[in-house]
Write a protein of this length. Sequence first.
Length: 294
Amino acid sequence: TTKMANQEEAEIQISELDLLSSMFPYEEEFAVTDQLALAELKDYVENESAEVPSSKVQFILNVKAEVPNASMVEFSMACALPFKYPTVLPEITVRSSLLSRSQQILLNSDLKTYLMQNFSGEPCMLSAREWVKDHAAAYIDKDLSSSSMTAADATQPQVTMFTRLWIYSHHIYNKQKRKNIIDWAKELSLSGFCMPGKPGVVCVEGLQSSCEEFWSRVRRLTWKRILIRHREDVSLEGGGHAEIQKQRKFPTLEEKCFDAHGARGNHMDLGQLYHFLEEKGCADIFQMYFGVEG
């Protein structure tokens, strides 16, 4: 149920905050700015009946980084953890008195890209802090004269992301859910496959924004357990229709039933799934799902 998934996400948040406070015991390095939200989150984890927290936990991480001429600069990371974190990215804004507005925008957008490409679905606050420590100082000297900055902004949307999501569910039997999966994928121009039964496997591929929309719809349905097991992101320079088609490993989205066996005829033949994935050049995914070599 979502309650269980939410509970799990909330527990991960709390343990990550505990870790941060043990690593950075001083206020000037790490400070939770909204104690009430944190108390609410803890209450939610400890008490079955507790309400879903009404606000995000917010905190500040301060990082000192060395700039080339050996002086230290302090960067402040204002962070908020959306309730669904870590299945969604944290909200982070890095600031420093030495950054111009355009340098700050660039720094924050690069940090977000780094997190998006490396940590979908995993706790990443420490990695974000490390990245800022290692990279932020370089942005202070970046010469982003207004003309070059607006040019960069204008060309930015040219990069299109192609995404493939590998979704794992404890089981997929329900006819309506199976219909939704197929219909939504069609509506969003996604290809891939859905293997119903136990376990349930869904793969969708296409534009990143469409994959994210698909996932946000699917996860809102009631599931015993559903998660993104693996995610692939490829940036496409032109991002035209042909480029997207070239990346696809599946022509359309179809339901794949591999000879079912088991008392309810619901356990799929995983050997056949392995061969199917192998044909499509995705054999390594099998191991991510089931933890064994095919």
